[in-house]
Ligand binder design. Structure first.
Ligand code: PGA
Length: 249
């Protein structure tokens, strides 16, 4: 195992309610604590409205991190409906997914992604920066080209201050994943541009059936999990799989 940490990040998107957020945070933190010290780390990204509820459901010495699904690139100001990275940090949020394809589809540009990542780092929030190609680009074998366009502006960011997530758009919520060698190749490519020390997670239809194979790839430093993270038991199983792969259970 070349990477120091295996990250499992639950992206709830626009799902859940206050009660389920609290229950998930509490239960998953306990699971992580029980599995203990294995190099597997968990992060829970509920809708922003519930971030403070997730934090409040955790004990002081919690091992589960809480994250947001977005943040704004400015520190403060006239940005109706937006939330700054400093505000996230203020309520105990330590991570933020940035540049998810569902946000890029709303018009978020590569430049805005860097701006947001910088704002997050400045506020002490670790950005989890998402990149990935569309089905058309995948079929036309333009994956590396798309990835390069998305990650080139990131080379100015301090290494080690952020996580990357490779998420082919066509694999998200589709029950389809690339071949294992394609995942490995995309991860190697990202590392070849940004540096071998950058942790790259895989995202897109990760579930209990394919996690073993995906997380066993030496290039893969964890997973960004959408649909399969919504149930406590499924997330617990995924954490157990990750822990077993690291050879500590
Ligand atoms: P999925 O979503 O696991 O439901 O495919 C992953 C993501 O969009 O982060």
């Amino acid at each position: 195992m070349t990477h120091p940490t295996t990250w499992l990040i639950a992206n709830w998107k626009m799902n859940g309610d206050r009660e389920r957020v609290r229950a998930f945070a509490f239960a998953i933190n306990r699971t992580l604590a029980t599995l203990g010290g294995s190099g597997v780390r968990g992060v829970f990204c509920p809708p922003s409205l519930y971030i403070a509820d997730a934090v409040a459901a955790l004990p002081q010495n919690a091992v589960l991190g809480v994250g947001a699904q977005n943040c704004h690139g400015a520190e403060k100001g006239a940005h109706t409906g937006e939330i700054s990275a400093a505000m996230l940090a203020d309520v105990g949020c330590r991570f933020a997914i940035i540049g998810h394809s569902e946000r890029r589809a709303l018009g978020e540009s590569d430049a805005q992604v860097v701006e947001k990542a910088n704002a997050a780092i400045k506020a002490g929030v670790t950005p989890v920066i998402c990149v990935g190609e569309s089905l058309e680009d995948y079929e036309k074998k333009r994956t590396n080209e798309v990835i390069l366009r998305q990650i080139k502006p990131l080379s100015a960011l301090p290494q080690g201050a952020y996580l990357m997530a490779y998420e082919p758009i066509w694999a998200i919520g589709s029950n389809r994943t690339p071949q294992m060698q394609e995942i490995a190749a995309a991860h190697r490519y990202i590392k070849s541009v940004l540096g071998s020390g950058v942790s790259v997670l895989y995202g897109g239809s990760v579930n209990v059936g394919n996690a073993q194979e995906i997380l066993s790839l030496p290039e893969v430093s964890g997973a960004l999990i959408g649909g399969a993270s919504l149930e406590i038991e499924t997330m617990q199983t995924l954490l157990e799989i990750a822990t077993r792969i690291r050879g500590t259970v």
